[in-house]
Design a protein around this ligand. Structure first.
Ligand code: SF4
Length: 419
């Protein structure tokens, strides 16, 4: 089975798996010193560029719409390594007849303490259009609790640098529900970003993930998470403040002035094909079938997951970059589409859903009060989006009797939109 070879748009993600230290709540895949040094970082970047080149050569007809370099902490790379990464990506895209300047969006993630004038200049020179910075809070006390690598002074220094040396878009991440956090502190953090002209802000609730230091601390009683009602109240105060300042809550945790939404993340939420490069990255792509045509692949979606093993990854093609591939059943894919799409304020475009699955959602499940009565979108009413998990459980029950054969998957091309 090969990957798609048709004329599709894809979102391209590159994962840089290195951080300066581990924050207590983080379950993203990243290496921190002493298990990482400049040599390991350089070897990984070489492998990432080889993997990108190989994949783009295998996918001659796809169009890359958005590119997102995330992590980890991409801004941690030295100037020389960042330069080789961005130049390498540039060259690969060109060999694929794509200019970086032709992308709809090119984002890189950064942490405040590693934002430097050099970093911003290199990003600008290579066509990056959007910087996404993980501030999390503007309070040193809260940053200390989270064991963030930087402090409040770093936050303000990075804001000054952005002001003087960055003309592209900028997005900031903040956390609510940090132990001992007060609503005033959250509002103060949001205000700082708004005053500094951030038109995109992500407001996540701190959650306790398995296998994190925070999880251990909660279990052994050395930290106490806020009560659910308090935490909810705080998050909604943040939401109201953001909305009163013109940032629309376009996805459960994401707010933007209209026109400043993250196009790359919208592609994930709409379950457009996406290609992930780098250790632990994941791809979801339609298959194009066996070259000898023995397999009808029109109904097959492939999910490819890289292992977290850096040694396997750096062995490169000989070890297929440590990738395992599975095909996703149609019903599972349909549920994933609902789970992601209903997070969006706009919901899921009905005509695209029909094209993708060959059915109408309300043919398989009853219209309930949670759904808005919209002729063009499957959309959850008002605050129902924040109860998505509960709603999905009932959707799951209704779709249980559906066999995968009853659902036809066809990933519409972008040009099919609105027809
Ligand atoms: S800097 Fe970001 S990716 Fe790195 S450990 Fe902290 S939260 Fe995780």
């Amino acid at each position: 089975m090969t990957l798609l070879d048709s004329n599709y748009d894809i979102a391209l993600y590159v994962h840089i798996p290195f951080c300066r230290s581990k924050c207590i709540y983080c379950d993203f895949f990243s290496f921190v010193p002493p298990s990482v040094n400049e040599g390991i970082i350089e070897t990984t970047i070489i492998s990432i560029l080889e993997e990108l080149e190989y994949n783009l050569a295998m996918l001659p007809s796809v169009t890359i719409k958005t590119l997102y370099i995330g992590g980890g902490t991409p801004s941690l790379l030295s100037g020389k390594t960042l330069e080789s990464l961005l130049r390498g990506i540039d060259l690969s895209l060109r060999r694929h007849n794509t200019e970086v300047s032709g992308l709809s969006e090119y984002t890189i993630e950064a942490n405040p303490e590693s934002v430097t004038r050099d970093f911003l200049e290199i990003c600008s020179d290579h066509g990056v259009t959007r910087i996404s910075i993980g501030f999390q809070s503007m309070s040193d006390r809260l940053l200390d609790i989270l064991k963030r690598p930087g402090c409040c002074r770093d936050n303000f220094k990075s804001l000054e640098l952005l002001e003087s040396s960055w003309t592209g878009k900028k997005s900031g991440d903040l956390l609510s529900g940090i132990p001992t956090q007060k609503t005033d502190e959250l509002i103060e953090s949001i205000s700082v970003l708004i005053e500094n002209d951030f038109k995109h802000i992500s407001l996540y609730t701190l959650t306790v993930e398995d296998d994190t230091e925070l999880c251990q601390m909660v279990k052994n009683g050395s930290i106490e998470m806020p009560k659910a009602e308090e935490e909810e109240k705080m998050w909604f105060s943040g939401k109201n403040f953001l909305e009163n300042n013109g940032l629309m809550n376009y996805e459960i945790s994401n707010f933007a002035i209209p026109g400043y939404e993250s196009l790359h993340n919208l592609a994930y939420w709409k379950m457009e094909p996406y290609l992930g490069i780098g250790p632990s990255a994941v791809s979801t792509m339609p298959a194009s079938g066996d070259t000898d045509k023995r397999v009808d692949s029109s109904n097959i979606i492939l999910r490819m997951t890289h292992s977290n093993d850096l040694v396997k990854y750096c062995r490169g093609r000989e070890n297929n970059w440590g990738i395992t591939t599975e095909s996703i059943q149609a019903r599972e894919f349909l549920l994933e589409n609902l789970m992601m799409g209903l997070r969006l304020r706009d919901g899921i475009e009905k005509s695209l859903f029909r094209k993708r699955f060959g059915i109408d959602l309300f043919d398989i499940l009853p219209m309930t009060d949670e759904f808005s009565d919209d002729p063009y979108y499957y959309r959850l009413e008002g605050d129902s989006r924040f109860m998505l998990e509960k709603i999905l459980l009932s959707i799951q029950r209704y779709t249980e009797p559906l066999s995968s054969e009853q659902i036809h998957i066809q990933w519409p091309r972008d040009t099919d939109r609105g027809k």
